[in-house]
Design a protein around this ligand. Structure first.
Ligand code: ZN
Length: 406
């Protein structure tokens, strides 16, 4: 199948755009992408924009129902709103809400994600099944907890369940070893997580240094700094993805260089956590995370815009191309998926169709540069601009038809 439209994609060195372009898809993969040349049969998506599917490197599947309410400090928010919600996330309820989450994520243009389920094993199975059904790439893991857990568990039971669930791991859908955060784990559990990830070559995802009070509590409990707690358990390495990374020292950043970072500025503003140091973070592979339910929704475009806002105000201005690269190829690199994140030959045919009329206002100059186009996409895209979403060449989400396209 061939798709014709305005193709916009990051490349190894920068960005490419073909106003009259094509994507050729075969067997779920992109066979070629570039300028249009004659073909007899094709799907005509002109004048709309064809853009890579977005990558969300941090979201909690059970938490969608609390998005946008209860902006309290982190530890209160977890205890009062999050844990009670996750406690009920199991069985048919988990299966139903996971499918809805997946459909909403696709409608927001996200086709690759790193996800936390609830601590219940059947919510992990539900998430693998739902992700498999739509064909996305993902990391999936249950938040492992043996301290202050919302269900009766022992350390042994938590790690035994994780070992069983790790059998779900496969190339496109990775089982991620997911110690929730240091305060939810005993030292024994953290070490067992490090051992499991090492033995099975599994990725690791967790939270790091989101709020000052959390960091102080970690030091009180473990008698050492946050990064050192994870390091001693064997949890700091090239397959590790840390969310937030706000309250870190220069030495901490040096220690977590070559790991991956999920940057979650909408969540960080909502819970008043602080602003991550963008420049220092460049020692790691950085992607964007919506961090639903502390983030308001599953829009990676919104997260990229918030990054533009907070870092511009903090004197670290970032151009639109770099931010959109972080939302696509950057996130893919953070998760170690080298076959998604751009529209290039050999990659999965994961792409979104952005409504041109929505992104570029009528009457705009026709002589705009690619930088201007990327700025428009960054500042004007969101759920309502997304007409269609394709995963592995299959149409998986479509905006309802409207009487007017403006
Ligand atoms: Zn989180």
């Amino acid at each position: 199948m061939i798709y014709r439209g305005h193709v916009v994609t990051p490349t190894a060195t920068g960005w490419a755009a073909w106003p009259d372009g094509r994507i050729e898809v075969d067997g779920g993969l992109i066979r070629a992408a570039g300028p249009w040349h004659r073909a007899n049969r094709y799907v005509d998506l002109r004048p709309h924009l064809l853009f890579p599917g977005l990558v969300d490197t941090h979201a909690h599947v059970p938490q969608l129902p609390i998005c946008g309410v209860h902006p309290e400090d982190l530890l209160t928010w977890l205890r009062k709103w999050t844990f009670p919600l996750e406690k009920r996330f199991r069985g048919d309820r988990a299966r139903d809400l996971t499918r809805r989450f997946m459909q909403e994520m696709l409608a927001q243009g996200t086709t690759t994600a790193a996800l936390y389920t609830s601590a219940w094993p059947d919510s992990v199975e539900a998430c693998f099944a739902a992700a498999d059904e739509v064909g996305i790439h993902a990391w999936i893991g249950p938040p492992l907890m043996d301290q202050g857990a919302y269900r009766p568990v022992t350390t042994k039971r938590v790690i035994t369940e994780a070992r069983v669930l790790a059998a779900l791991d496969r190339p496109k859908l990775r089982f991620a070893v997911t110690p929730r955060f240091a305060l939810s784990c005993s030292e024994d559990l953290l070490e067992a997580c490090g051992d499991l990830a090492l033995a099975r070559e599994l990725p690791i995802q967790t939270h790091l240094a989101e709020q000052p009070e959390e960091c102080r509590a970690v030091r009180r409990r473990f008698g050492r700094g946050y990064v050192e707690v994870y390091d001693r358990a064997g949890l700091v390495g090239p397959r590790t993805l840390f969310a937030h990374c706000i309250w870190l020292t220069a030495a901490d950043w040096r220690r977590i260089a070559h790991t991956a970072v999920a940057h979650c500025p909408t969540s960080n503003v909502f819970l008043r956590s602080g602003v991550m140091d963008w420049r220092r973070a460049q020692v790691a592979r950085v992607g964007f995370g919506t961090d639903v339910g502390a983030g308001p929704d599953l829009s990676v475009f919104r997260v990229a815009r918030m990054a533009w806002t907070v870092h511009t105000l903090a004197g670290q201005s970032i151009d639109a191309g770099k931010l959109l690269r972080t939302a696509t190829l950057g996130g893919a690199a953070a998760l170690g998926f080298d076959d998604v994140g751009s529209l290039e030959a050999g990659k999965a045919a994961d792409f979104i169709v952005l409504d041109r009329d929505h992104v570029i206002p009528a009457g705009a100059p026709t002589t705009e540069s690619i930088e201007d186009l990327l700025s428009r996409i960054l500042h004007r895209s969101g759920r309502s601009a997304i007409r269609q979403v394709y995963v592995a060449g299959r149409l998986v989400a479509e905006r309802e038809a409207r009487p007017s396209s403006s």
